[in-house]
Ligand binder design. Structure first.
Ligand code: GRF
Length: 218
């Protein structure tokens, strides 16, 4: 079973969709959440963890002398819990080298735009202001840049002329909750590989293709 370490800063609705997927959805029997780590004491995601009996830890950035030291702390916590895949779910910090080096192509993030369009904060407002007709969300592996790592899955949604940041965010969020667990599932099934910043998604192994499927439910 793949062990997930989730990092969050706030509301945690993506965290919730991942919890539910492990309990009753596409991640059931394939992945489990080993720990939630938050950088903000008041993060609502902590309550979600407690509601589901998931270990949660607040690591206060102020306790670390440098940003790198903070990410060393996170790395050590994840390693102590034997985490295989790190999942950023609304974690409002740029991940630093100590964590990236410890989990190469083993950190995922979700961004509420079709990258490389509208990286950074307020992606949905950026899309509204720009006047695009289509936006969406992207699950990607994390590198040292801001929202620059290899793209795993994207989903597009229409942008209406009268959309606001709020209405567009809500439409995109529905898709976030759908594709993030799917991306984790592909990882859990060992189907993702990265070459020259491109993510290859291997076909599911089915009995018809001559393989025995070791993973139930496919
Ligand atoms: C989501 O829009 C996600 O794409 C972005 O931060 C937001 C987090 O929302 N990275 P939530 O905490 O998962 O509800």
């Amino acid at each position: 079973m793949l062990k997930l370490g989730v990092l969050a800063s706030g509301r945690g609705s993506n965290f919730q969709s991942i919890i539910e997927s492990t309990e009753n959805g596409c991640l059931k029997g394939k992945a489990e959440i080993a720990v939630l780590i938050v950088d903000k004491e008041e993060a609502f995601a902590r309550k979600r963890a407690r509601n589901h009996g998931i270990a949660e830890v607040w690591l206060n950035p102020k306790d670390s002398p440098t940003k790198d030291a903070y990410f060393e702390r996170i790395r050590d916590e994840l390693n102590a819990r034997a985490v295989d895949l790190v999942v950023l779910a609304g974690f409002m910090r740029i991940v630093r080298k100590p964590l990236i080096d410890a989990f190469p192509n083993r950190i995922m993030n979700i961004h509420p735009a079709l990258l490389p369009a509208f990286p950074g904060l307020h992606a949905q407002q950026q899309a509204v202001d720009y006047g695009v007709r289509v936006s969406g969300c992207t699950v990607h592996f994390v590198d040292e840049g801001m929202d620059t790592g290899p793209v795993i899955i994207q989903s597009a949604v229409p942008v209406a002329p009268d959309d606001t940041e709020e209405t567009l965010s809500a439409r995109i969020l529905t898709e976030e909750h759908r594709i993030y667990p799917e991306a984790i599932r592909l990882y859990a099934e060992g189907r993702l590989s990265v070459e020259n910043r491109k993510v290859n998604i291997a076909a599911a192994r089915t009995p018809q293709s001559g393989f025995t499927n070791p993973l139930p439910g496919n």
